[in-house]
Design a protein around this ligand. Structure first.
Ligand SMILES: [Fe+2]
Length: 173
C-alpha cells in the first residue's frame, strides 16, 4: 500500500464484474490501509534499503490492522477481506496468511493489483515514479504468479490504451 495520500486507481464495476452498488465501497480499503500505515514509523515505510526482519514484521501487520480499523462499520465482508488480503499473492508468497489461489477473496486480488500499480507509478523518497506503460508491462509479467491471470489482463486492458498521464488529441480540436 502506498504511503502517500494518493488514492488507488478507482476500480470500476464494469472492469471487475462486481455489482454496481459494491463499487461505492472502494474508498474504504484505501483509507483504512493508509491509516494503518500511519501507525508504522516513516523510517520504515520510506527506508531505501532492505528491511530488517523486525521491520518487515511491522509492515506485515498493516493489512489486519486496516481491517480492524473498519471493524464494526456497516461494510460488507468483501471490503473487510479485501483489506485483510490485499498483500496476499496468487502463488502463496504474500502476507499475512500466505493464502494461495482461490483462497484469496476476489477483492483482495483486485486491491492487490491496484495497489501494486499505485506503488509503481508513485514517487517515493527512495525512487521516482515508473511510467504507467512500463508499470502495466510489469503487471503483465506478474500475472499468474502474483495475481489471477484474468484479473491482471482486465486491469491492463482497462488502463492500457490511455493510462493516467496520457495526452490525447481530440478530433474536434
Ligand atoms: Fe498495503
Amino acid at each position: 500500500m502506498g504511503s502517500t495520500s494518493r488514492s488507488w486507481p478507482r476500480p470500476s464495476a464494469s472492469i471487475w464484474g462486481c455489482c454496481p452498488r459494491s463499487s461505492r465501497s472502494w474508498a474504504w480499503p484505501g483509507c483504512s490501509t493508509t491509516w494503518a500505515k500511519a501507525r508504522i514509523p516513516d523510517t520504515i515505510l520510506n527506508k531505501p534499503g532492505r528491511l530488517t526482519k523486525a521491520e518487515f514484521l511491522q509492515i506485515k501487520r498493516h493489512p489486519l490492522l486496516g481491517r480492524d480499523i473498519l471493524w464494526g462499520l456497516p461494510l460488507s465482508e468483501s471490503v473487510l477481506r479485501g483489506v485483510a488480503e490485499h498483500h496476499e499473492r496468487f502463488d502463496g508468497s504474500g502476507y499475512p496468511k500466505g493464502l494461495v489461489g482461490d483462497a484469496i477473496h476476489p477483492w483482495g486480488s483486485i486491491l492487490a493489483v491496484a495497489d501494486v500499480y499505485d506503488a509503481m507509478t508513485s514517487r517515493r523518497s527512495y525512487k521516482g515514479p515508473m511510467l504507467p506503460t512500463r508499470s502495466l508491462a510489469v503487471i503483465h509479467g506478474m500475472r499468474g504468479r502474483d495475481f489471477p491471470v484474468r484479473l491482471a489482463e482486465r486491469f491492463i486492458k482497462f488502463l492500457g490504451p490511455y493510462p493516467v498521464g496520457s495526452f490525447v488529441r481530440l478530433t474536434n480540436g
